[in-house]
Design a binder for this molecule. Structure first.
Ligand code: 0X9
Ligand code: ZN
Length: 306
C-alpha cells in the first residue's frame, strides 16, 4: 500500500501514478516525459479539468528527482499529487480547475533506483562512460552554457560530471523535447534538496532576468505560505549564483532561456536522502510544498501571470 511514511522505489511510485489515473480517469492521465539509459520511462501525470477549454489552461510543469539521492523531492511531489487530486479544500480544487499540470516525480529513475538499492549517495544518471565510470549529473547536462562547466567537472568519475556533450544523457534530451512541446507553458518548478532556499534563473552568473523583481516578489510570498504550515523558515529567494554557487547546464536555465517560460523556480527543500530526512516527516514537507505551490499561483496571478 503506497503512502507517505516510507520511501518507495521506482516501480511503486509509477504504480501509484497509474493507480491515481485509474481512480480519476477524467482528470489524470499517465504521460511519458522521456526515457532512461536502462530503458525505464520517465513517467508522469497530466492533471487537468475535463471538458472543453481544458487545453487552453496555463500549463505548470513539475520536475523532481533529477538528483538521485534527493529522495524527499519525489515523496513530496507524490504527496502534492494526492492533495491535488483528492482534496476538497477550495484552494486545491482551484489548483486542479485552473491549470494544466505536467508532474514528474522521478526524472532520473535509474539513478534513484541505484541510490535506493546500492549507494544511497548516488546523484547522477547510470550511463556508462568509456573509462568505466557511470553517469553524468543530469543538472549539468542541459544545453545552456553547458561548456562553462561551473560547479561541474569534465571527469566522468566525478559526481558533477557534465556528460560528454550537451544532452548526452537520454533522460535530459528526451525530457527537454517533452517540455518544449507543452502548450502554453507558464511555470516550471524544479525540486531539489537540501539547502532550504528558493532559486531563480540564471545560475551561471549574477545576471538578472527581465522579470526578476516579479520572481522575487512571488518567491517571497511562496516561502511565507510555506512558513505558515510548520514555521519552517527558508533562507530566501535569489539566483543560484548569488544564493548558492555559480552552476551551469541546469534544467531551469535552459527552460528559461530556450522556452522563455516566465515563471521558473528551483526549490531546495529541507531534507536529503535517508537518514537525513526521516520518512516519518515526509507529510511535513508535503504540506509545506503544497501550500507553497498554492501561494505561488495566488501571488503570480496578482502580478498578471497565470
Ligand atoms: O547544484 C545543483 O544542481 C542544485 N543544488 S544540489 O545541491 N541539489 O545539487 C542547484 C540547482 C540550481 N539550478 C540550476 N543550476 N539550474
Ligand atoms: Zn539537487
Amino acid at each position: 500500500e503506497f503512502g507517505w511514511s516510507a520511501y518507495y522505489d521506482v516501480d511503486d511510485i509509477y504504480a501509484y501514478l497509474r493507480n491515481m489515473s485509474a481512480r480519476y480517469p477524467a482528470w489524470a492521465a499517465p504521460v511519458v516525459g522521456g526515457r532512461s539509459y536502462e530503458g525505464r520511462d520517465i513517467l508522469g501525470l497530466r492533471v487537468r479539468k475535463p471538458g472543453a477549454g481544458a487545453a487552453n489552461k496555463p500549463a505548470i510543469f513539475i520536475e523532481s528527482g533529477i538528483h538521485a539521492e534527493e529522495w524527499i523531492t519525489s515523496a513530496t511531489i507524490t504527496y502534492f499529487i494526492n492533495e491535488l487530486l483528492t482534496s476538497n479544500d477550495p484552494n486545491m480544487t482551484a489548483l486542479r480547475d485552473n491549470f494544466d499540470w505536467h508532474i514528474f516525480p522521478l526524472v532520473n529513475p535509474d539513478g534513484y533506483h541505484y541510490s535506493m538499492n546500492n549507494d544511497i549517495m548516488w546523484r547522477k544518471t547510470r550511463s556508462k562512460s568509456p573509462n568505466g565510470c557511470f553517469g553524468a549529473d543530469p543538472n549539468r547536462n542541459w544545453d545552456y552554457k553547458w561548456d562553462l562547466a561551473l560547479n561541474a567537472s569534465s571527469d566522468p568519475c566525478d559526481n558533477r560530471y557534465t556528460g560528454s556533450r550537451p544532452f548526452s544523457e537520454v533522460e535530459t534530451r528526451t525530457l527537454a523535447s517533452y517540455i518544449a512541446a507543452v502548450a502554453n507553458l507558464q511555470a516550471y518548478l524544479a525540486f531539489h534538496s537540501n539547502a532550504q532556499m528558493l532559486l531563480v534563473p540564471y545560475s551561471d552568473s549574477k545576471e538578472h532576468v527581465d522579470n526578476y523583481d516579479d520572481l522575487i516578489q512571488v518567491g517571497k510570498v511562496t516561502l511565507e505560505y510555506g512558513r505558515r504550515v510548520n514555521g519552517a523558515k527558508y533562507d530566501g529567494v535569489g539566483t543560484v549564483a548569488e544564493m548558492l554557487y555559480p552552476a551551469s547546464g541546469g534544467s531551469m536555465d535552459w527552460v528559461r532561456h530556450t522556452l522563455r517560460t516566465p515563471l521558473v523556480y528551483t526549490w531546495e527543500l529541507r531534507g536529503w536522502a535517508l537518514p537525513c530526512w526521516p520518512a516519518a516527516r515526509i507529510p511535513e514537507q508535503g504540506d509545506e510544498v503544497t501550500q507553497m505551490i498554492h501561494g505561488l499561483t495566488v501571488e503570480a496571478r496578482k502580478l498578471g501571470y497565470l
